[in-house]
Design a protein around this ligand. Structure first.
Ligand code: C2E
Ligand code: MG
Ligand code: MG
Ligand code: MG
Length: 287
């Protein structure tokens, strides 16, 4: 209807004033306050060794429970946080909270070997990230090797000086994983020079792994690449026993996905994974 008010067929509103723009502005205002109002929290998704069902780590996945909007997914608010310059504050909170949670579990007697935290491009390209990570590790007294930072290929390729920043992080002793591997455009020559320890096979390749010949070929190629470059490989989005069996058969020993667990609130993770032996038996029984 805004258009109907325009003269000569031109609409004289700025794009930011239309319905979508208003919605976005509202979202933006709410998001900026969400942290201090404690509406942001972290869910943790187990990463397991396929054959034993053993817990090898968890990935922290940010969540926003907004009283006004309901549950908002990270795919909706992370890009917004990046656009409005809020991602550094949010990302720093995520890093602190994830590390704190790992030490809380330690104290509660649940040993989660490793915590993986996602980074966005804006966090990496500021350059100060290594200092922040060092501070957080010091404050939480977490050994650096128990923190794994996940970056996508596009984060790496779109960040000038990415190599330098990643080397700085490596120097501290944190681990690095390439997330959504296979969906981006990173050159293998470049990859070879990065101090990365883990490749995460994107879940789009896992979805139809036993029926789509191309996905199957890509997954196998990534597993082989990992092997020849001496990198750990973990599959994302594993939902069926069939997919897990396929991966194991082709030499991928680690997985993350709904088959094992959804992203869980910390108390629930502790309740379900506090007894590793039980989890293992349940898994064997489910197959
Ligand atoms: P990601 O890092 O690739 O995370 C994996 C996503 O796959 C998560 O979605 C997870 O809930 C979902 N997933 C896990 N297992 C399965 C499965 O078996 N089947 C299916 N269909 N999905 C599965 P989520 O939590 O919605 O996060 C989406 C993306 O948002 C993440 O993708 C990551 O890129 C980003 N993100 C999440 N938390 C953070 C954060 O703290 N910081 C930044 N910068 N990005 C984050
Ligand atoms: Mg991730
Ligand atoms: Mg991923
Ligand atoms: Mg993703």
């Amino acid at each position: 209807q805004a258009k109907a008010r325009g003269r000569n067929g031109y609409a004289f509103y700025a794009p930011s004033m239309d319905g979508e723009g208003l919605e976005r502005l509202r979202l933006e205002t709410l998001l900026r306050r969400a942290l201090e109002k404690n509406e942001i929290w972290l869910a943790y998704q187990p990463q397991v060794e396929i054959d034993s069902g053993r817990l090898i780590g968890v990935e922290a996945l940010v969540r926003w429970n907004s009283p006004e909007l309901g549950q908002v997914g990270p795919d909706r608010f992370i890009p917004l946080a990046e656009d409005i310059g809020f991602i550094n504050q949010l990302g720093e909170w995520v890093l602190e909270e994830a590390c704190r949670q790992l030490t809380r579990w330690d104290q509660a007697g649940l040993y989660v070997p490793k915590i993986a935290v996602n980074l966005s491009a804006r966090q990496l390209d500021r350059g100060g990230l290594a200092g922040t990570v060092e501070r957080v590790l010091r404050e939480t007294r977490l050994p650096a090797h128990r923190l794994q930072l996940e970056v996508t290929e596009s984060v790496i390729m779109n960040t000038g000086d990415a190599m330098q920043y990643i080397n700085d992080l490596h120097a501290i002793g944190v681990e690095l994983a390439i997330d959504d591997f296979g969906t981006g455009y990173s050159s293998l020559a470049y990859l070879k020079q990065l101090p990365v320890q883990t490749l995460k096979i994107d879940r789009s390749f896992i979805k139809d792994i036993s029926t789509d010949a191309n996905d199957e070929a890509i997954a196998i190629a990534i597993i082989q690449l990992g092997k020849s470059m001496n990198l750990a490989v973990i599959a994302e989005g594993v939902e069926t026993g069939e997919q897990a069996a396929f991966l194991l058969r082709h030499g991928c020993r680690r997985a993350q996905g709904y088959l094992y667990a959804r992203p869980l609130p910390p108390a629930q993770l502790q309740a379900q994974w506090g007894h590793q032996h039980h989890a293992r038996l349940e898994f064997a029984g489910a197959e």
